[in-house]
Design a protein around this ligand. Sequence first.
Ligand SMILES: Nc1ncnc2c1ncn2[C@@H]1O[C@H](COP(=O)(O)OP(=O)(O)OP(=O)(O)O)[C@@H](O)[C@H]1O
Ligand SMILES: [Mg+2]
Length: 202
Amino acid sequence: MTLTLSDTTPIAKGGERFVFIHPDNPDWLIKVWHERFHKKQEKRVPIVIKFLRLKRYWSLLNELTEYLAIRECAKPNLNHIQQIVGLVDTDLGLGMIVKAVKKENGELAPTTEDLVKNAQYTAEHDKALDEYFDWMRDTDIIIRDFNLNNLVWDELAKKFVLIDGIGSKPGFSLRSFSKAYNKKANFNRIQKFKTRMKKALS
Ligand SMILES: Nc1ncnc2c1ncn2[C@@H]1O[C@H](COP(=O)(O)OP(=O)(O)OP(=O)(O)O)[C@@H](O)[C@H]1O
Ligand SMILES: [Mg+2]
C-alpha cells in the first residue's frame, strides 16, 4: 500500500527530509527524503558513494544500523533517541515512520534551538542537557550531526531526544572500527554543541 502525502503540508522540514504526521496515527511521523537532497548528494558526495549498492539510502541505512546498534549496547536507554517504527511506501518515495516527541498540548516538541530563541531555556533544561552528554559519553553511539535542531525537548519525560543525525558517514568508518576513536569524535561534538549553545544564549 502506498500512502499519499503529496496533498498534505509537512509539519516540519529539514535540509534532508520532509516530516509529515502519519495519516492513520497522530503519534507517528513519516520522514521522506526530498528529491533536492538526492540531487545534491549525486553532485557533491565523496567517491565512496558511487560504490554503494544503495546510493540513495545511505543516510537511512546508517540511521537504521545505528538504531539497532544502540538497542544492543550495554546501557541502551532508548528514551534518548527517536524511536523508529518502520518503513512505508509513499507517493513521495520511501518513508521512515518514527514516534513523534510531543508537548503536553499535543504539538511537536520544541528543538533546543526553539527553546533558546524563545527564551524558554531554563536550569531544568541545562541539567537535562548535562545528563544527555553523560549518556553520550557512556554509550558507544555514533552521532554524526549533533546540532541544536536535531535535539528536541520531551517535556513529559523531562529528557532531550535526538531525532536525527545518528550513524556514521557513508563507506568505511573508523568510528565503528574503534570505540576510543568514536568516544573522541562524540566528545568533540559535545564541545561544539556547548560552544553553539553559549553563542545562542548570549
Ligand atoms: N521524532 C520527532 N519528534 C518531534 N519532532 C521531530 C521529530 N523528528 C523531526 N522533528 C522535527 O522536524 C525537524 C526536521 O526533522 P529532521 O531533523 O529529521 O529532518 P532533516 O531534514 O533530516 O534535518 P537536517 O536539516 O538536520 O538534515 C526537526 O528539527 C524537528 O523540529
Ligand atoms: Mg535535522
